[in-house]
Design a protein around this ligand. Sequence first.
Ligand code: PLP
Length: 429
Amino acid sequence: MKMVTGYAGWQEDELRREQARLQAEYEAYRSLNLKLDMSRGKPCPEQLQLSNEMLDILPSGEELRAENGTDCRNYGGLDGLPEAKRFFAEMLGVQSSEVIVQGNSSLNLMYDALARAMLFGVLGSEQPWSRLPSVKFLCPSPGYDRHFAICEQLNIEMITVDMTPEGPDMDAVERLVAEDDSIKGIWCVPKYSNPGGITYSDATVERLARMKTRAGDFRIFWDDAYTVHHLTSRHDELKNMLEACSNAGHPDRVFIFASTSKVTFPGSGVAALAASRDNLSHLKKQLSVQTIGPDKVNQLRHIRFLKDMEHLGRHMEKHAAIIKPKFDLVLSKLESGPGSKDIASWSKPSGGYFISLDTIDGCAREVVQRAAEAGVTLTPAGATYPYGRDPRDRNIRIAPTYPSLEELAQAIDILCVCVQLVSIDRILA
Ligand code: PLP
């Protein structure tokens, strides 16, 4: 019996036979005219259904009063409702006075925070960032494409920093921020990161909080999007960044973002920003010109539905019960496909929304293209890097949550065939 070993150890004639077999399999998939979209990390309809009763939770025919008596139907309350502030404070491990609760999208809060920094500067800035000859951000990669898109639009130069299993390569981060005062910030998805599923180690959090930056108004954009999105009962623990910054003597260094987008309804959730009290009062002065106040009706609905951390935890377990089998399916197919041929490696996340797949160098773009030709839309190759350029052309982000198990099985089978085919092409070239 032939031992299954990596393609690298196969004879050329064996590889050519394998190539022909895979090509036939690929053509068979192509003839099915499939249309499978795996490009974005969205909850599936069954997940959305978990929150449907939230829509019936507010009584009609009554005033909608928050716990402090605020009539949620009317203007006001720039910070968000007290009960919503308490909820997010608990979720993020900060005080209520260190959080404001806003509208439907944390990405929107991030965009606005950065746009305001460009227009006016942040607390402690000598001038608006846009007046400087150049503004740069560190971008641990692979990372979240929409963070990079914000920088690109605001003309902020992006510097790619490698991700390690503990978070960004901190030797590189510390060196860069110490030598260049135009580096004004860093993007971080610190827990169950997008796409690598990595949770930053305590040492990484400490070093980010403590490091010496040439820019006095340096900011960490701490996008804690997946903080409650566990896939198993073993939860990753993330050290408290606001506390770490404060202990390190840099209390204003971090802006923390989170939302309920993938807890309830993406696009109709509630988002929050946590930071030092000084940061928040600076920010609220600016915000008060931008808006009279957030959607308090939606905040009230969310808090009455999600209630507290215990209820939130139970709700998230229901999400995990739906999506964990999808992650498991992808992982087992990767294992028996490209894994058995030693031509790829991938993350095995215990939370979040993605699996990050690395092919052999120089293959990702072609794999994504071949998959598209067979009816499977993946996130564009390169999207997980600044300017859409993956220097090794190897990273592919897999978003398993939205498709049904049947669709997912078919899509991953096709992806696996494409990874194997393109790898053999490279090896034989
Ligand atoms: N941050 C990360 C890391 C994400 O992956 C996503 C969505 O995929 C978002 C933010 C978007 O959050 P929101 O819906 O609150 O704007």
